[in-house]
Design a protein around this ligand. Structure first.
Ligand code: PMP
Ligand code: GLN
Length: 397
């Protein structure tokens, strides 16, 4: 049998929770508020651009770092939004989504045994990426703030633990704002605190900003590229999948100072080499319409408010969703036996019996935790949200 030939490099690794829950939702005909993707169409103008490019014959390899038209547009966008100039030639690379960007950052920077600081709950690709590079993950946990009933009300950044974890041995710090899954967004003071902590070190930063255009209530996205000191040592990662409702296209990008980008590209060229050409032309021409992303906070804030208002008729306790398109809830106060289930089993029950899929927040931890908190994705048509809310309201108190 095949297992005689290969001893697994990752014996403990399981299939990602997003695939597991989407498959379960499909099997049980449940409404999928689990895996984070929109169920509505992108702007037809974006499709027109891609189609025109394909028909125009743009179907061969593009330049390794991405087509100049797209890199120029990305450079303009970052400068317009955050006031930082990145050279399209040397400091921006188009990637096959943020996942490849993150893996490539880690592979390009972390040597076996070097320390990489992550903040849990952590997006599920970070720890395997560190593992692949042979790095040593140093996990610190966000602090769940609970009310008198023990219900999680929000998560706070663990500054004391970060101060202990970041030291001259730190090679890379991986941060994510707006944060998946908690919906927490970093403030400018948070960037200042991070800047103080890294000052005595040579630590690099990988700043995962895939939800950069989903920040609500008139707050600003605190991109690391706004911070002149931090961005000198940072890779900034984003994803057009999130921004333009095309998660299946898997196109993203990385911006970083020239010396860092040169190292990134050394790995990128033998990792994917390059990213599909017609999508790049389509995205480049669509970036002529900056309102497409500038209007996103209003668009998603309406969805968030609509979903929140509907959930207020249930007995779930809602956490803030200041950014991303995720809403976390604490289910511990439901007066049903299932409220005693762990997060994974609760999500399975919700999917198979209530017919609404969600993601357990415990899946974003490296060790067993159970906070009775699960995540819903509200990047859905109103009709989908209404149908899901109808189901959720049927849960007895
Ligand atoms: N980082 C975070 C925090 C995410 O939620 C996701 C999921 N989209 C990614 C990275 C990966 O993005 P992509 O689909 O562009 O690979
Ligand atoms: N980022 C998406 C989420 O958090 C899922 C992406 C994936 O399935 N890998 O739900």
């Amino acid at each position: 049998m095949a297992q005689n030939f290969l001893q697994s490099k990752f014996p403990e690794m399981e299939t990602t929770i997003f695939s597991v829950m989407s498959a379960l939702a499909k099997e049980h005909h449940a409404i999928n508020l689990g895996q984070g993707f929109p169920d509505f169409a992108c702007d037809p103008k974006l499709l027109d651009g891609v189609e025109a490019s394909m028909r125009n014959g743009d179907n061969q390899y593009p330049p390794m770092s991405g087509i100049p038209e797209l890199r120029n547009k990305i450079s303009e966008k970052i400068q317009d939004l955050y006031g930082k100039y990145y050279s399209a030639d040397d400091e921006i690379t188009v990637t096959a989504g943020a996942t490849q960007a993150i893996l490539t950052v880690v592979l390009a920077t972390v040597r076996p045994g070097e320390e990489v600081v992550v903040i849990e709950p952590v997006y599920d690709s970070y720890l395997p990426a560190i593992n692949l590079a042979g790095g040593k993950a140093i996990s610190v946990k966000m602090i769940p703030q609970r009310n008198a009933m023990g219900v999680v009300e929000k998560y706070a950044l663990p500054w004391d633990d970060l101060a202990s974890a970041i030291n001259p041995k730190t090679r890379l710090i991986m941060i994510n704002s707006p944060h998946n899954p908690t919906g927490m967004v970093w403030q400018s003071e948070d960037l200042e605190r991070l800047a103080e902590l890294v000052k005595p070190t040579n630590a690099l930063i990988c700043s995962d900003e895939v939800y950069e255009h989903m920040v609500y209530d008139n707050q600003l996205h605190q991109s690391i590229s706004r911070h002149p000191e931090l961005c000198e040592r940072s890779f900034v990662v984003s994803s057009f999948g999130k921004t333009f409702h095309v998660t299946g296209w898997k196109v993203g990008y990385v911006a970083a100072p020239k010396e860092l980008m040169a190292e990134f590209r050394k790995v990128h060229q033998f990792n994917v080499f390059t990213v599909n050409t017609p999508m790049q032309y389509g995205l480049a021409s669509y970036l002529k319409y900056p309102n497409a992303y500038k209007e996103l906070p209003t668009f998603y804030q309406q969805k968030r408010d609509f979903f929140k208002a509907g959930l207020s008729d249930t007995h779930f306790s809602l956490l803030p969703s200041d950014g991303t398109y995720f809403q976390c809830i604490d289910y511990s106060q439901l007066k049903i036996p299932e409220a005693k289930l762990g997060e994974v089993d609760f999500c399975k029950w919700l999917t198979t019996e209530v017919k609404v899929a969600a993601i357990p927040v415990s899946a974003f931890y490296s060790s067993a935790v159970n906070s009775n908190v699960i995540r819903f994705c509200y990047a859905k048509k109103d009709a989908t949200l209404i149908a899901a809310l109808d189901q959720l309201k049927k849960i007895a108190s």
